[in-house]
Design a protein around this ligand. Structure first.
Ligand code: ADA
Length: 574
C-alpha cells in the first residue's frame, strides 16, 4: 500500500494503480459470458477511483469489471487491495483467485506458481445493497462503487513476511518498553527453505533466528520479550516514531511504531500518565468529486486545517481510513478513533440477529486490527455507530466484539457511539461512553426542541450513569452539530441552515460539555460536508450532509473560527 514511507527495500512491488479497462455489467452476466477471460470492450479509467465520479454514472449501483495487464518476474504473487466497494471477486488470467467483502478494509490474495511475463488481473466490483450488506440501504453517506484505494502485486521470494505486529508493554515509569513481534511468515517457494529472520526496532535488533519452512508453509512466530530502554514516547503533537524492520534473506516489511500508554483512571483518560482532553472532529474520508478515492494531497490539506483548528484527535467516521492517512496522524501526533461501517438507523433490531451480517462485521474488526495494529495514533476502537443498542439483540454483538478487541487490539480503549444514551444497554462494554445527540437540530420526543434540552439531557444522563453503575466511565460527546449552507448568513436573528446558527450552536454545546465534569472531550459533527445517499431524503439539501465545519471544497464556515478559538483556549488549560 502507499504509505508515508517505503514498506520494502528487498521486496519488489508492482504498482497496479493507473489505467484499467472498465466495463459496466448491468445485468450481472459478465461471468457467464466469460468476461474474466478478457474484456473485449470497455473504457479506460484510472484506479483508484469511484465509478460514480465518471460522467453519467453518479447513481449507478451494481456490478462493474476492471481489467489490468502487468508484467512480472513470476513466482508467488501477493495481490494487495486497499479497498474494493463492496464485494470483490478477482481472476488472474481467467482463473478465479479470491473474493472479499467490505468496502473499507484491505485484503490480500496469494497466487503461487505464476509464470514470468504478462498477466491479466480482472476484478469484479459489486456495490449492491441488500439485507446482508454494509452499509444498509438507509445510510448517511453515498454508496460509491469501484476500486477506491491502491492495488499492488508483491513478488514474494523464499521466506516472506506477511505481517509484523509489534506488541509492547511500558514499565510503570514509562521509560522502558518490553517488546515482542508476532510475525506471520510464509514460504513463497514450493520447496523447503531456510532463512535468517530478524526484527529491528530503531537500531536495536530484538530478534534473529534461523527458520525452516516447507514449501508454501505459513507459520506464526511470537518472538521472545526484549526490553528497550529509555524509549521516547509518542504523544499528542509529539510524534516520536520508531522504524521497525522485519527481514528474511529475501524479503522485508518496514513499518513505524510509537510507544504510548492510554488508560482510564478516576473518570479521566490518561495518555502516558497525563490527563488529556479530546479536542476532536468527525471526518469522512470523502469528497464529492473523488468519492472515497480520496487523494493523499487532500488528506494533508484536511490535516493542516484540523491542526489549525486546534484538534488533537479525529474520529474516522464511519470506517477504517486509508493507511496513508493514519500514517499522517502518527507522524503529527494526532489521536485517531477507528471503527467499522456499521451505521445507525440502517441497522434494524432484526438485522442484529442476521448471522451472516454480524459475521461480516466481526471480520471487519479482525481486518481492521490486522492491518492497523501498529499505528500509535489509533487510541480508540469503535464497535459500531448508533445501532439499536437498547435492544437485547445488540448485547451479544457488543460483548463478542469488545472482548475480541480487548484481547487482540493492542493498547487501545473501546467505545461505541450511541444516540440513545437513556436506554442504551451496552455501555458497560466501553472504556469510554460516547454520545451522539443533535438537540438544536433534530427534534427528539420528550424534549422541548430548544437548546435547553442539552442541559436536561446531561441531568438525565448523570442520573442514568449512577443507576447503571457507569460512573467510573468518562464520556465523549462524539457527535452534535447543525447543518449550515456555506455562504448563507443571517445577520440579526439566527436561523437554522445559516452559518451563524451552526457557529452559535457549536459554541454553546462545546462550552457546556467542557464544563461537565465527566465529559472528556468533543467530536463535533463534522469536519467537511459530504455527499449523502438519496435514501436520506429528509434534511439533506443537495443530497449533501451539510453539517461540515468546512464545505466540501474545504472553505471554512464561521463555525471553524469559533471551534478554533475554543479548542486553542482549552489546550492552554492545565
Ligand atoms: C448521526 C450519524 C452521522 C450523521 C449524523 C447526522 O449521528 O452518526 O453519520 O448521519 O447523525 O448528520 O444526522
Amino acid at each position: 500500500m502507499k504509505r508515508l514511507f517505503n514498506e520494502h527495500e528487498k521486496r519488489s512491488v508492482i504498482d497496479l494503480n493507473g489505467t484499467w479497462l472498465f466495463k459496466l455489467d448491468k445485468e450481472n452476466e459478465g461471468e457467464s459470458q466469460g468476461w474474466q477471460n478478457g474484456l473485449t470492450d470497455g473504457e479506460y479509467v484510472t484506479v483508484p477511483s469511484c465509478w460514480n465520479n465518471e460522467l453519467g454514472l453518479l447513481n449507478y449501483e451494481g456490478v462493474a469489471w476492471y481489467e489490468k495487464k502487468f508484467l512480472t518476474r513470476g513466482g508467488t504473487l501477493k495481490l494487495d487491495f486497499g479497498s474494493v466497494m463492496s464485494k470483490a471477486d478477482a481472476w488472474l488470467d481467467g482463473k478465479w483467485i479470491g473474493e472479499h467483502y467490505g468496502a473499507f478494509t484491505q485484503f490480500e490474495i496469494i497466487v503461487n506458481d505464476v509464470k514470468e511475463g504478462y498477466h491479466t488481473l480482472t476484478v469484479r466490483a459489486d456495490n449492491r445493497i441488500d439485507a446482508n450488506s454494509f452499509p444498509q440501504r438507509y445510510t448517511d453517506w453515498f454508496n460509491y462503487g469501484g476500486i477506491a484505494r491502491d492495488v499492488e502485486a508483491n513478488e514474494l521470494k523464499g521466506i516472506s513476511i506477511l505481517l509484523n505486529h509489534l506488541t509492547y508493554e511500558l514499565s510503570s515509569d514509562l521509560k522502558n518498553a518490553t517488546v515482542s513481534s508476532v510475525l506471520e511468515l510464509y514460504n513463497a517457494d514450493s520447496t523447503e527453505c531456510t532463512s535468517g529472520v530478524s526484527v529491528k526496532v530503531g537500531d536495536t535488533v530484538i530478534y534473529n533466528e534461523q527458520i525452516t519452512l516447507q514449501g508454501y508453509e505459513k507459520k506464526t512466530v511470537k518472538t521472545p520479550d526484549f526490553t528497550l530502554e529509555n524509549v521516547e514516547l509518542w504523544g499528542i503533537y509529539k510524534p516520536n516514531l520508531y522504524t521497525v524492520v522485519a527481514s528474511t534473506d529475501t524479503d522485508d516489511l518496514i513499518d513505524k511504531v510509537g510507544f504510548r500508554k492510554i488508560e482510564v483512571k478516576d473518570v479521566s483518560v490518561l495518555l502516558n500518565n497525563e490527563k488529556i482532553q479530546f479536542l476532536g472532529v468527525n471526518r469522512h474520508e470523502e469528497q464529492a468529486d473523488w468519492g472515497f478515492a480520496f487523494p493523499a494531497k487532500l488528506m494533508k490539506k484536511d490535516l493542516d486545517l484540523i491542526l489549525d483548528m486546534g484538534c488533537n484527535t479525529v474520529r474516522g467516521s464511519h470506517y477504517p481510513n486509508s493507511q496513508i492517512f493514519v500514517d499522517m496522524l502518527d507522524a503529527r501526533g494526532i489521536m485517531f478513533w477507528s471503527e467499522i461501517p456499521m451505521w445507525g438507523v440502517g441497522f434494524s433490531e432484526a438485522s442484529l440477529l442476521n448471522e451472516e451480517l454480524m459475521e461480516k462485521g466481526f471480520k471487519m474488526h479482525q481486518e481492521m486490527v490486522k492491518y492497523y495494529y501498529n499505528h500509535p495514533s489509533i487510541v480508540l476502537w469503535g464497535l459500531h455507530n448508533e445501532i439499536p443498542t437498547y435492544s437485547p439483540n445488540s448485547y451479544h454483538v457488543s460483548e463478542k466484539w469488545s472482548k475480541y478487541l480487548r484481547a487482540n487490539g493492542g493498547n487501545r480503549l473501546i467505545t461505541h457511539a450511541s444516540c440513545h444514551p437513556m436506554k442504551d444497554n451496552d455501555m458497560g462494554f466501553d472504556d469510554i461512553i460516547s454520545i451522539n445527540i443533535y438537540h438544536g437540530w433534530y427534534r427528539y420526543g420528550g424534549y422541548d426542541g430548544t437548546w435547553k434540552d442539552w442541559e436536561k439531557m446531561i441531568e438525565q444522563f448523570t442520573e442514568r450513569r449512577k443507576e447503571m453503575g457507569w460512573e467510573d466511565k468518562p464520556v465523549l460527546m462524539s457527535e452534535f452539530g447543525a447543518a449550515a449552507l456555506a455562504g448563507y448568513h443571517t445577520p440579526f436573528d439566527t436561523v437554522k441552515w445559516s452559518e451563524e446558527y451552526q457557529r452559535d450552536l457549536f459554541e454553546y454545546t462545546i462550552e457546556l460539555f467542557h464544563k461537565t465534569p465527566y465529559m472528556v472531550g468533543t467530536y463535533p459533527w463534522q469536519f467537511a460536508n459530504i455527499r449523502t445517499s438519496p435514501s436520506m431524503d429528509i434534511n439533506r439539501a443537495r443530497y449533501f450532509n451539510n453539517k461540515g465545519i468546512v464545505d466540501e471544497y474545504r472553505n471554512p464556515k464561521l463555525a471553524y473560527f469559533k471551534i478554533k478559538e475554543l479548542y486553542h483556549k482549552y489546550a492552554e488549560e492545565k
